[in-house]
Design a protein around this ligand. Structure first.
Ligand code: LLP
Length: 465
């Protein structure tokens, strides 16, 4: 039974003792390795990343702080690149893009997916080669398209009929050719949160395969001077753990490639199956290795192309979360702790930290689960069911909904939340005029600020008074 609650139905369930998947740890000080970046461990109870202790990081850079294990990020990027050796890997910059990360992605030889003029500007500032950038977006402005064409972007993933017209005009005006793919919806229900599932029919992205509009727009593109058709693009959603959805989508997309070849006489050389590969936020998540994903997707493509009687198009994929997510944890300082009685005599400890929904809105937006550890010291105290909350004026401002933390966590302690490298800083906001947190990259015992913390002056700089 749900109890009415000002933060909405997701919060305040009667008798909530924590979800069924949450296990009380034998040792509350220990880390669950699969949730943390490769170079993170505890040394005498203190969380350490690539030789830097979080106590030092907090002192030097303040909290809340996004801490990136740079080698872990690079390693995941490289692993995707190597696993998909016969494909192109585009890092999805929307997960987290900064000048430094764009450089890492370039160093590791991956391509880059951007979805706005702003992301493109960051990539260009990092001197990312435009020919290895793909531009997404369901409503790209003329200015965004113009910039992309002017710099010689590698591909534009078309998502509307209007865009075809805009590209026809711009290519004529600039005297250039636009390499384009077409974003399609394959009608697949990815089993993830509704807001991050993108290939069922009733949402804003892409042209439907089933009602013929995908075929129609390809026909229009092929007949439009200045546009070069590369192939189809399907992204079925995010935080997906099973490959079935990709299989169904690939089959439908390849059938459309075959129809295009037969009816329009055009062979589409490329096919993009998007990103969406899930990561472990808590012990309930069991992600696939890039090698297994590569094997699975390549086989699907080979089999379906053979069945459709077409040459196998070159595959590309766009992982964002799976590269950036696990590389980073967020470091917070505890400010208050209190115990709240639950129905039936149980209790929950509320631990407030100095950030919250401005640095990680995913729990509020998608009911996303996270994990957490006491990062600054050992505690011999027994674990108690805890909820880590932020400092914002909103009861849905939850950082970690359910976690066992030592019962003595108190003001001044540092807490660390793993898996915050994707869609946390990139979705960060200034709710309640909280300045956005800094991002620090740690490698070989050296910490380097890659995105500085916002200041009060930054907050006030747009005010015209
Ligand atoms: N390609 C396209 C066309 C996409 O739209 C996306 C994500 C990706 C690739 C990368 O997906 P990934 O591998 O990172 O799952 N804010 C949400 C996720 C939104 C994803 C939007 N598109 C979240 O925090 O879960």
């Amino acid at each position: 039974m749900m109890r009415a609650h000002e933060a909405g139905a997701l919060h305040g369930q009667a008798g909530d003792r924590g979800p069924a998947w949450l296990r009380k740890p034998d040792d509350v000080d220990s880390l669950v390795p699969q949730l943390w970046a490769a170079n993170v461990s505890k040394v005498d109870g203190v969380l350490t990343v690539a030789g830097e202790s979080v106590a030092d990081l907090a002192e030097e850079f303040g909290t809340p702080l996004y801490v990136v294990d740079e080698d872990d990020f690079r390693q995941r990027a490289r692993r995707f690149k190597e696993a998909f050796a016969h494909a192109d890997v585009y890092y999805a910059g929307k997960a987290f893009l900064s000048v430094a990360t764009a450089r890492w992605v370039n160093d590791e030889g991956l391509n880059l997916d951007v979805c706005t003029g702003g992301e493109l500007a960051v990539a260009l500032r990092a001197e990312f080669p435009p020919s290895r950038i793909g531009l997404h977006g369901n409503n790209k402005s003329v200015a965004e398209l113009r910039r992309a064409l002017e710099v010689g972007i590698g591909r534009i993933i078309v998502d509307s009929v209007e865009e075809v017209g805009r590209l026809a005009q711009l290519t004529a005006e600039l005297g250039v050719e636009a390499p384009v793919m077409v974003r399609v919806t394959a009608g697949v229900e990815a089993h993830t949160h509704e807001y991050i599932s993108t290939s069922h029919e009733d949402q804003k992205f892409g042209f439907s395969i089933s009602d013929g509009s995908a075929f129609d727009v390809v026909k229009r593109i092929v007949a439009t001077p200045g546009l070069r058709f590369l192939g189809l693009h399907s992204h079925i959603g995010s935080q997906i753990f099973v490959t079935d959805g990709f299989e169904v989508a690939a089959r439908r997309v390849i059938r459309l490639h075959a129809q295009i070849a037969t009816e329009l006489g055009v062979e589409a050389p490329e096919l993009d199956l998007g990103g969406g590969f899930g990561i472990a936020y808590t012990t309930q998540d069991d992600p696939s290795a890039p090698e297994d994903l590569a094997r699975g997707l390549t086989k699907i493509l080979d089999d379906e192309s053979a069945a459709a009687g077409i040459a196998v198009p070159r595959l590309s994929v766009e992982p964002g979360r799976a590269i950036a997510g696990p590389s980073t944890f967020t470091l917070y300082e505890v400010g208050t702790a209190k115990v709240v009685g639950l129905d039936g005599g149980a209790s929950r400890r509320y631990v407030s930290v100095d950030g919250g929904m401005s640095d990680n809105i995913r729990p509020a937006l998608y009911s996303a689960d996270y994990s957490c550890t006491l990062a600054s010291r050992h505690s011999g105290t027994a674990a108690v069911l805890s909820r880590v909350v932020g400092k914002h004026c909103e009861s849905g401002d939850i950082v970690v909904k359910d976690e066992y933390l030592p019962g003595d966590v108190q003001a001044g302690d540092l807490l660390a939340v793993p898996g915050t490298g994707a869609y946390c800083r990139s979705l960060a906001n200034n709710y309640n005029h909280v300045p956005r947190a800094a991002v620090v990259a740690v490698r070989d015992g050296e910490a380097r600020l890659i995105v500085r913390r916002e200041t009060e002056d930054d907050l006030l700089r747009l005010e015209l008074g």
